[in-house]
Write a new protein. Sequence first.
Length: 390
Amino acid sequence: MVSRLLRRGGRGRRLPGALPPRGGGRHRRRRAARGHDVPRDAGHARARPASATLNRLLDRLRVLFPDASRTAARGWLAAGRVQVDGVVVRRGDAEIPDGARVTLGAPAPRFPSALRLVHEDDDLIVVDKPAGLLTIGTERERERTVYRLLFDYVRPTPSPSARTAPRLLIVHRLDRETSGLLVFAKWPAVKHALQAQFAARAVERGYVAVVEGRVRDDAGTLRDRIVEDPTTLRVRTGRGGREAITDYRVRERRARSTVLELRLRTGRRGQIRAQLAALGHPIVGDRAFGAATDPVRRVCLHASLLAFTDARARPHGFPGALRTLGLGGHFAALADVPASFARESARLRIREIEERDGFPGALRTLGGFGGHLGAPMWKEWPVACSRLMG
């Protein structure tokens, strides 16, 4: 009888006294799974009245946040967003005493898509920076920087058991034109410990570069003095200034270019770019240092290796204890050469072959393989760079 009356009621009509339809339930569950089903007062605590009889956390959440679905509440629990009297509780069937303070924290921020996360722990974060992005802001550009992108990700999240919260602290920088590994600290003690290692030249830093011309020696050490122009702030090699030392090895020689692996002994600003230009082999695409070619539309320099001793710090203070991760008592991060770097380098090589062997355009169709063409040539670079440690 009920079903017959409902059909007679027609679409879009509801019989008197009937419950409202749960329309959009499937859509609501999908939104909850994506993190859209968030109550307006998320991040605030609610205390259950003393007269309450609900003892299960999931049921308690449904009463405290009636606009949220059961699926959304389970998602909050799984994500560790629910605290009972300051303690994270993930089980929906956990018994909650009357009068307990139930808190729903805000959802965790998403990692910025413009960066690649290499490593993160309680003390630090290592990212792979793309070329063209500043490390920190300048007077002209403050928003589009690695620091600004990460700031909202590593934002302060204080808890009742901690007096302080992590924050993003700069340890070192990469030039805007250079891609590769950057490490940021989350605590002042970690920052000071890492910067002390940089100052003591205890941090291993490896780079990969494509330079113009054919480098004659298979390996060598560049020793120069880096001078900074006080007006333009550009650097160059010359008398005076500060000592700059860079080791290099030839990875591959081409018709008109050379692939180099480099390791820094010192960390002067613009060191590699200035020294290679002084050697007569500027980095491909580095117009600021005299490069004649720019087929890749970027400076072909990538920070591919970063290794250091990881100093352990806790919110209540720096105990001075050191812990080691990764290879050889060091925390070692390896960043692959970007796919665009490899793809464009492969196209550059094809162009050189065409001009050398007289195949006008015949081999250019190989560029249709895109990133796959360069993959065999580049995928071993992180391993090769790691040998610099030996």
